[in-house]
Design a protein around this ligand. Sequence first.
Ligand SMILES: Nc1ncnc2c1ncn2[C@@H]1O[C@H](COP(=O)(O)OP(=O)(O)OP(=O)(O)O)[C@@H](O)[C@H]1O
Length: 308
Amino acid sequence: MPAVIRVEGLSKTYASGFTALKDINLEISQGEIFALLGPNGAGKTTLIGCICGIVNPTAGKITVDGKDIVADYRAVRAMIGLVPQELATDMFETPWATVNFSRGLFGKPQNHAYVEKVLRALTLWEKKDSRIMTLSGGMKRRLLIAKALAHEPRILFLDEPTAGVDVELRREMWEIVRKLRAEGVTIILTTHYIEEAEEMADRVGVIAKGEIILVEEKNELMRKLGKKQLVLQLSAPLTEIPAGLGAYDLHLGADGNELTYTYDTRAERTGITALLNDMRAAGVTFKDLSTMQSSLEDIFVDLVREKR
Ligand SMILES: Nc1ncnc2c1ncn2[C@@H]1O[C@H](COP(=O)(O)OP(=O)(O)OP(=O)(O)O)[C@@H](O)[C@H]1O
């Protein structure tokens, strides 16, 4: 698939002197769902703000469909729809008026049939003449998407589409995103949630402290994220890992009193049964055991370490 968005050497330092993005290089392919995964303050919103022309980059170059976002601002903006985190619109307006107005902002001719199609697709048609303030939280979220789609963009950015929404609504949002992709829209979404990236994305970019740490096919990333640790409190301390256990990914810690085994939860076998058997054969016994799942934070730390 050809790249529809190219980001080269992008950096952003805010007026406060804070550097939110450092030398970002990224390509988004046409028709994919790309998830930008990162903790709070990682720079996700700043990055999409730069691509959408809302935030001025300090350095670097961005093209959308081969057009420079600065030199060709209007053409680029017309190709992009942005679903922000929060609704900033007149609460006394109606969905019908606000979506038609959004379309007009982009200089698109009126097209009531298209606006109707969008409102119906987002199950807002029944509410088209209600005041926005009377809509439920889920309806307001869907209205944000309807507004972003008003001018028929080919690329849609969703900034934390499911932050603070319940499970049912989250699934509904995912369904909407999938339908849009099926219609050929390229989708870039930001999220804190590994499950969201896992559920939705074709590729995932992990961002932390203003740097893209890795970009990976979703399946490959999930394999890396699927690591768990088994921690064994030994009955007696060891000075080294016995030779008979050399084939396992083991770490001896806590003055030889703790053995940690790292395994892949997605592998066909965890290897735990074999490890415990081999430990018995090697005469190593334990008094307690627990498991730990790597947190997103641990994973970021690991990834940063791996990169260096
Ligand atoms: N206008 C601004 N002036 C100064 N610093 C800013 C400005 N906007 C954002 N920042 C800082 O830049 C960093 C990145 O913010 P950004 O909103 O891009 O992160 P994010 O990954 O989207 O976070 P979240 O998940 O919380 O939305 C943060 O430390 C933030 O405080």
